[in-house]
Design a protein. Structure first.
Length: 549
């Protein structure tokens, strides 16, 4: 019976049997509102403007009409332009799934990857190209890609491309495609610049608007916590402990904040990763793969790096820093509550940010409920519950049997309850120590990162020969310094990881000790070299900083 309803749902849109079979196998039961409204006119070849954010099913709303075309030849007949490489890869993946029962090929082109491999794929021939504006322009300039046969162009997340400065590239690409093409434009918001593009390059478009409140609010529980800036990391830890989310996406404003929060989470035992614009493309792809597969369950990201993340089982989005505009809030929380699932969107609001919260609620036509920060008692109870679950799993899988002889021997002289409690204290007692400082939180941002700026008095800056290209993370560097030098981790100052090298600061009194110890260190299988950072001749700083957004 269920399968019948699935066929009726998409069958009513006039799709081919191949398309219906593909969407059924992908697990789509019923078309989403934007799919119901967009697919019929798109199948007729009409130009289309869809106002909808990520998470509404918009990829299938333009992808299904595209794969329903009769493709021939080796030159691209459909071109999908996206703002980021991550979104380009995800759109390509969904198009391939939709086209599994059709004769249709997809090539993805984006910066930060080998252009030689992309040229090779394009020369072999393809029906659909998905790519970022800059790399598409690159191929058109080189003559390695032709758009003379393109009959459909899709501008996906047009407002994001506007924000990233790609509008001139889009205009140039559209000018090179046939005037007879079908154009579909999707955007969460409709600023004046996007409306001008629609007016210049589209013919009598069908306009579809999906209300944010209708799509997001029913599926996503939206809450906020009033926190002081210095308490954010402590509140974050409490929430993660109490709620035990499946996969969590944490948004921060700056790259430095992303690094600091991710390193702090790793330091206290969470499987966390960081994602921002300073990372290499290979690192970004590896991090996304690990997050998607659950090898890391918390991903800390900037807004730009978080664009295009489309993973169904993200249960929590946490706005560690309040979004800077209502549209940003919509984009962020749209990463949860996917595929009919429920999701939770949490926003940290400092007392000075209440006006921004009210603006978000008014423009996004939504309401955030205020919640109380979990108490120390609630955190302790949650930890004990998790310990019970972990112990039950160990017993079920028989992982404990190698210790049975030891327990029998100890049981001869100790009460079994005392013995069990002592074992738990030995295994988990360190987590209880943190309870002693809960009422006076000392979040990571208050300890070193905000105070240990370059040139801090009493600190010496050192240079180390590993960087992002070696896939190292802040937590790994901190751990290596503390372990090799036999110093407490909190004494290490600012850590800056660049593409090919890393700077870090230590108290001047132990700098020579750290130099000697770290020149024996191996990080990620590579022996490192550490020297004192050279002073930049044109500045009193030890090295010129990279500009941050």
């Amino acid at each position: 019976m269920e399968k019948k309803s699935e066929v009726e749902g998409f069958g009513g849109l006039g799709l081919s049997e191949a398309a219906i079979k593909a969407v059924n196998e992908m697990g789509f039961e019923e078309p989403t509102p934007i799919q119901k409204l967009a697919i019929p006119p798109a199948l007729e070849g009409r130009d289309l403007i869809g106002q909808a954010q990520t998470g509404t099913g918009k990829t299938a709303s333009f992808g299904i009409p595209i794969i329903e075309k009769d493709f021939s030849g080796k030159k691209p007949q459909a071109l999908i332009i996206t703002p980021t490489r991550e979104l380009a890869l995800q759109v390509s993946e969904e198009l391939r799934a939709l086209a599994r029962f059709r004769k249709c090929s997809v090539v993805t082109v984006y910066g930060g990857a080998s252009i030689v491999e992309q040229i090779k794929a394009l020369r072999q021939g393809t029906n659909i190209v998905v790519g970022t504006p800059g790399r598409i322009i690159d191929h058109l300039t080189r003559g390695t890609m032709s758009v003379e046969n393109v009959s459909t162009v899709v501008l996906d997340e047009a407002d994001e491309m506007l924000d990233m400065g790609f509008i001139a590239d889009i205009e140039r690409i559209l000018a090179m495609t046939p005037e007879s093409r079908q154009t579909m434009l999707y955007s969460a918001t409709m600023p004046a610049e996007i409306q001008k593009i629609a007016k210049r390059h589209m013919r009598d478009p069908v306009r579809i608007a999906i209300n944010v409140k209708d799509i997001v609010a029913p599926e996503i529980q939206q809450v906020f916590y009033e926190v002081l800036e210095r308490d954010k990391t402590e509140v974050l830890r409490r929430l993660l402990d109490v709620e035990s989310p499946e996969l969590t996406l944490v948004f921060c404003h700056t790259k430095r904040e992303v690094d600091d929060v991710a390193a702090w989470l790793q330091k206290i035992g969470y499987n966390a990763g960081a994602l921002h614009g300073d990372f290499t493309q290979s690192h970004r792809e590896e991090m996304m793969s690990r997050f998607r597969s659950g090898k890391i369950d918390i991903l800390v990201a900037t807004d730009v790096a978080g664009r295009g993340i489309d993973i169904e089982n993200i249960s929590h989005v946490i706005n560690y820093s309040i979004p800077q505009d209502p549209e940003g809030y919509i984009h962020r929380i749209g990463r949860t509550g996917r595929a009919g699932r429920t999701g939770i969107a949490v926003t940290f609001v400092t007392p000075r940010e209440y006006r921004q919260l009210q603006l978000i609620e008014r423009i996004a036509k939504t309401k955030l409920s205020k919640k109380e920060i979990p108490t120390a008692a609630e955190v302790k109870k949650a930890r004990q519950r998790q310990i019970k679950e972990d112990l039950a799993e160990v017993i079920e899988k028989g992982k404990h049997r190698q210790y049975m002889a030891v327990i029998r021997e100890l049981a001869e002289s100790a009460d079994i309850e005392e013995l069990g409690a002592a074992a738990l204290s030995l295994a988990f007692g360190s987590t209880e120590i943190a309870e002693l400082v809960k009422h006076q939180p000392r979040p990571f941002g208050d300890r070193r990162p905000e105070q240990r700026g370059t040139g801090e008095r009493g600190m010496t800056r050192l240079f180390m020969t590993v960087g992002h290209k070696d896939k190292v993370q802040t937590a790994e560097v901190l751990k290596a310094i503390a372990k090799e030098s036999d110093i407490p981790g909190h004494s290490v100052g600012k850590i800056e990881i660049m593409d090919h090298f890393t700077f870090f600061e230590v108290p001047s009194g132990i700098a020579e000790k750290v130099l000697t110890a770290m020149n024996r260190a191996v990080i990620r299988g590579r022996r490192v070299s550490v020297t004192k950072a050279k002073a930049h001749p044109a500045s009193s700083k030890t090295y010129p900083k990279k500009k941050r957004p």
